[in-house]
Ligand binder design. Sequence first.
Ligand code: HEM
Length: 157
Amino acid sequence: MSNDSAAQAPQDQPVGQISPVTLRVGEHGEAAGGSFYEKIGGRATFETLVRRFYDGVQHDPVLWPMYPAHDLEGAIQRLTMFLEQYWGGPGTYSEQRGHPRLRMRHVPFKINPDARDRWLQHMRAAQDTLELSPLDDATLWGYFDRAATAMLNTFEE
Ligand code: HEM
């Protein structure tokens, strides 16, 4: 009696029931499963997130005066493109805006802990509506939390 039977496919199992193993997908050779961008729904998900975020920002007495009210659609597109690019989607942001240099671009705005907390509060509310899996939710949220803190440029009230 052979001892290596466990290493062989059972004789009576049809080949079709053995699930195929895919190590690479796509012409650019992303890991199986694709980018986080694709995983959570691509452009539609990020645009929904950003539009809902701005729904909240528009009612915020501290944040809203910082934003270009006449160009809300432009602001929506810039943040959406940036997030798409960051998470592995199209690189349209840098084609149109150059290197992100986010900290530098935020220098004109007074970002103290209150502004940071407000920004995060609106993003949290928007992200909740996406109903991501707990792991995807934590991945995205961990990033926003760190990025928003990195944008702090004053502790003045
Ligand atoms: C911490 C609180 C923050 C405040 C108060 C804030 C405020 C602003 C304001 C007033 C603008 C100008 C709007 C526009 O014309 O596009 C802006 C732009 C932008 N913000 Fe923020 N922001 C914050 C955090 C963040 C974070 C955490 C990110 C990224 C995850 C981010 C990404 C961007 C991007 C990509 C732009 C457009 C830059 C450009 O290409 O001109 N911001 N932000």
